[in-house]
Design a protein around this ligand. Structure first.
Ligand code: HAM
Length: 428
């Protein structure tokens, strides 16, 4: 007989097995914290018109140029798996006429995103983001509020001492001016630039600033600074953001080289990176995008937002705080109900239902054909401290037996009181 092929998950895409509870906790924390700031959840489709990202994120960006999962549907329309969430939210803002809602509109979202990147630790082809967007206020106080919210979320997840890298990429005029200056500065040093940077010198010189090549980094030490060419409006915007963040005790550092990899950014940009994840890995990033809605054919409406890489966030948390649960969550350990004998399964189900009705997590071992010893072993393997036993004697006497694995003791209790007794024992 032919051996049937077994399947594995697609390269760069993974099952969340051990991590899923931590993901759920992080998501719950995001929902709770973001709601406190007046944000509400939206869900956009996983597939969008390819052109949305070409125009929104930028043709010259790495994401659009190299990393999109694009395909033609049966009618020949070019569609793409979403590589990020801001352009889709901007599309939804226009599609649902959110400009007619009270401004600014505040939304958050979470879910899977797709980029065809070279997989490595913390870099996947399907990854998860939790993002938030504030659309309809030019800032700078909205910038501060958004960052304060983000840090509150990180704190509630359990992080301490994460530092935000902050910069301003200015308005399009400032950037054009700066690109010219940077090009002038780099031209005489073409020989020291790698192929990527040479290409960027033509398409988008700004992106050369976040090069990882040591020689290029050295060369950039002497380059003009973006903030030196900011117009006065962008400059004072940035000053207020910095001043107010300091007032709210936000730990930030101005990072002159921070430009971000998506083309829609204007003025405030930020990232949190962690060296423990590897030299170049940001756990989150964001910024202002005052021209995006107009670029997508809408009115001129400013926006700001961020996206957290959930996979990286969870793995960084585990790395920094081994053994600790995100958000300090301590899920209730289940009480195990073991019917002693096949004919007592019905009672087992009734008892577990009664526990659950009282909010107590319960698992019933229906496989009662096994000897009791096996049932108890199974309960132990599940990590249950408390086991409720019910068999012939208990049914006849209207009782149940409650066994405490930790102390090796057991007691017989009245069936009609057992839920209260279990509740008292497990919370003691
Ligand atoms: P981004 O910097 O491209 O920004 O992605 C945000 C975060 O997603 C990154 O900091 C990283 O943690 C995570 N991430 C990106 N690619 C991968 C990957 N291949 N594997 C694992 N994690 C990854 C955006 O997407 C913008 N939409 C953020 C934003 C919202 N700006 C304004 N509003």
């Amino acid at each position: 007989m032919a051996v049937k092929r077994r399947f594995q998950s697609v390269k760069g895409m993974r099952d969340l097995v051990d991590e899923a509870p931590a993901f759920a906790e992080v998501e719950e924390t995001a929902r709770r914290v973001f709601s406190l700031y007046g944000y509400h959840e939206v869900r956009t489709p996983v597939v969008e018109d390819t052109e949305l990202f070409v125009r929104g994120v930028g043709e010259a960006s790495e994401i659009v140029g190299k990393q999109m999962y694009s395909f033609d549907d049966k009618k020949g329309r070019s569609l793409s798996l979403r590589p990020e969430g801001t352009a889709p939210v901007a599309r939804a803002y226009l599609e649902h006429d959110m400009a007619s809602w009270p401004q600014p509109v505040k939304v958050f979202y979470m879910g899977p995103y797709f980029r065809y990147e070279r997989p490595q630790a913390g870099r996947y082809r399907q990854f998860n983001q939790i993002g938030a967007e504030l659309i309809g206020d030019p800032g700078p106080y909205s910038d501060v509020e958004l960052l304060v919210m983000l840090l509150r979320f990180l704190e509630e997840v359990g992080f301490q001492d994460l530092e935000v890298g902050l910069n301003s990429v200015g308005d399009p005029e400032c950037r054009r001016r700066y690109s010219r200056r940077l090009r002038e500065y780099l031209e005489p040093h073409r020989d020291d630039l790698g192929a990527d940077s040479l290409r960027r010198l033509e398409t988008n010189p700004l992106r050369i600033l976040d090069t990882k090549a040591p020689k290029e980094r050295e060369l950039l030490e002497g380059a003009p600074r973006l903030r030196e060419v900011l117009g006065s409006a962008a400059q004072s915007h940035f000053e207020v953001v910095c001043e107010q963040l300091a007032r709210f005790d936000v730990d930030f550092e101005i990072d002159n080289r921070l430009v971000r990899g998506l083309d829609y950014y204007t003025r405030t940009v930020f990232e949190i990176t962690s060296v423990s994840l590897g030299a170049q890995d940001a756990i989150l990033g964001g910024g202002r995008y005052d021209g995006l809605i107009a670029d997508l054919g809408g009115p001129s409406v400013p926006g700001i937002g961020f996206a957290i890489g959930e996979d990286r966030l969870v793995s960084l948390f585990r790395h920094l705080y081994p053994g600790r649960r995100v958000s300090g969550a301590s899920p209730q350990e289940p009480v195990c109900v073991v019917p002693v004998g096949a004919s007592y399964r019905r009672h087992g189900l009734e008892l577990s239902q009664a526990l659950r009705a009282a909010g107590i997590t319960a698992i019933c071992e229906f496989d009662a054909l096994r000897p009791l010893k096996v049932g108890l072993k199974q309960a132990n393997r599940r990590g249950c401290r408390w086991v409720v036993l019910i068999g012939e004697d208990e049914v006849a006497a209207g009782t149940v037996v409650l066994r405490d694995f930790e102390n090796g003791t057991q007691e017989t209790i009245q069936r009609d009181e057992f839920v209260d007794v279990v509740a008292t024992r497990i919370s003691a």
